[in-house]
Design a protein around this ligand. Structure first.
Ligand code: TGC
Ligand code: FAD
Length: 388
């Protein structure tokens, strides 16, 4: 009954012991190791990279991959619950793990050679190598197909030039999966830290995702060897297939932030009194609490079904769009309502709500904005593209 507060529809009955145990282990890690410093890290604009090896020991990097690549072959519900518990702590913590697992490791796993997989994945699973995923550019966010970063074939390899922006983990990464156009086609390249002409300066002055590293990737005629190319895919579907994995994790992850906001608000409104009675005794307050738990419950059902579709091989990209779009929107709305119900305390670091709220503004935007997912669903149900 550990999640009784947010398990309104007894979804735990559908979980296996393994799924519950993994959720409990990640929750414990977040509470004991991450939570004590999150306020300070958020204030300082710092990600606690020193926790990476503990996260690796818990199996949080590439958990669904086979053992030979350092994974544990976990199912999709397990992966989703890992994301949920990490994001209950902070969206930046889930971002760190999402980018490592679903974007950088998955790109190499899905699009790389066996040699590339064996070179990078086991070390990434151990947290010995950190990766990032460079798709977005200053002038191409929602429309990555227009990217300007380009690669040219030269003797023994490629030369890559361009600029990526808003890249999670960039500055602390040992390798970047960079998407660039080669002969007009989008291709993926592994660019290692220290490559001549490659730098990853940190982007500062953010209101959101402050306990997370966000960076530019600057590529000034960076020469990479032939075996840096991910050979098994070309075109926009290369990065989009990776994004499908990460968006799946976000559909679960944001529920963690929403749950934390809801549970804190239940506690706060039952304890704090105004007009000689608890805030929660007011019908207007109860209406907000009822909204929160209803949307969390609907979001959990959507996410759980998405995971079972994924493991059954029936999940489509627009299934993922629906869950990412909906769950981000309701999590943000829940955080805003929680902020309101905490009154002035709602803006204080000490009460954590405003941090979640600010983070969720980013999560609504990255990995495809709300509008982009809505239009993807619109295209699916009408057969008409509103993009072009
Ligand atoms: P479109 O014609 O739709 O697609 C091109 C090819 O890709 C295939 N495809 C997908 N494959 C897998 N998963 C998906 N979700 C897919 N969506 C499309 C499609 O079938 C096609 O394949 P083929 O074989 O015909 O070539 O392309 P489009 O140019 O119309 O663009 C579609 C659009 C707008 C939906 C797409 O560009 C898009 O999703 N834009 C949003 C960009 C985005 O999400 N960027 C995220 C950057 S990474 C990030 O934010 C990480 S933050 C992580 C963190 O910190 O946690
Ligand atoms: P734009 O595409 O300029 O969109 C601006 C607004 O216009 C949005 O509301 C959008 O929905 C709307 N819009 C755009 N096109 C349409 C349309 N056709 N119809 C209707 N509305 C439209 N990227 C990476 O590659 N790797 C990362 O690791 C990464 N991490 C990130 C971390 C953070 C903290 C942030 C903030 C972003 C990150 N991103 C990353 C970038 C992110 O994916 C992009 O910001 C996102 O895809 C949106 O692009 P944009 O910011 O250029 O917005």
């Amino acid at each position: 009954m550990e999640t009784r507060n947010t398990d309104y529809y007894l979804l735990d009955d559908l979980l296996t012991d393994e799924q519950k145990n993994i959720r409990a282990a990640v929750r414990d890690f977040v509470q004991t190791r991450f939570q004590p410093t999150v306020q300070q890290n958020f204030e300082d604009g710092k990600f606690p990279i020193e926790l990476a090896s503990e996260m690796a020991d818990l199996g949080l990097f590439g958990p669904t991959l086979e053992e030979k690549y350092g994974g544990a072959g976990l199912d999709s519900v397990c992966y989703g619950l890992i994301c949920q518990e990490l994001e209950r702590g902070d969206s930046g913590l889930r971002s760190f793990a999402s980018v490592q697992s679903s974007l950088a490791m998955y790109a190499i796993y899905k699009h790389g050679t066996e040699e590339q997989r064996m070179k990078y994945l086991p070390k990434m699973a151990k947290g010995e190598l950190i990766g990032c995923f460079g798709l977005t550019e200053p002038d191409h966010g929602s429309d990555p197909g227009g990217m300007k970063t380009h690669a040219t074939k030269v003797d023994g390899g490629y030369v890559i030039s361009g600029q990526k922006m808003w890249i999670t983990n960039g500055t602390i990464s040992d390798l970047a999966v960079v998407w660039a156009k080669l002969d007009g086609e989008i291709r993926g390249f592994i660019v290692e830290k220290g490559s001549k002409g490659f730098t990853a300066p940190e982007q500062h002055h953010k209101f959101s995702l402050r306990a997370s590293i966000t960076s530019e990737l600057l590529l000034d005629e960076v020469r990479v060897p032939s075996n840096s190319l991910l050979p098994n895919v070309s075109g926009l579907k290369g990065p989009l297939q990776c994004l499908t994995q990460a968006r799946f994790g976000i559909a679960f992850g944001v529920l963690g932030s929403a749950m934390d906001c809801y549970e804190r608000t239940i506690r706060y409104t039952t304890e704090r009194k105004q007009f000689d009675r608890p805030l929660a005794a007011n019908q207007l307050v109860q209406a907000e609490l009822a909204y929160m738990i209803t949307e969390i419950t609907k979001g959990q059902l959507l996410a759980h079904r998405l995971a079972t579709l994924k493991d059954a091989g029936k999940m489509t990209p627009t299934h993922v769009s629906m869950a990412k779009m909906n769950n981000c929107a309701i999590a943000l709305e829940i955080a805003r309502k929680a902020r309101d119900l905490h009154g002035a305390n709602g803006i204080s670091y000490e009460f954590h709500i405003c941090r979640h709220m600010a983070n969720l503004e980013t999560v609504k935007t990255y990995e495809g904005t709300h509008n982009i997912h809505m239009l993807s669903i619109g295209r699916d149900v009408t057969g008409i593209s509103a993009f072009s």
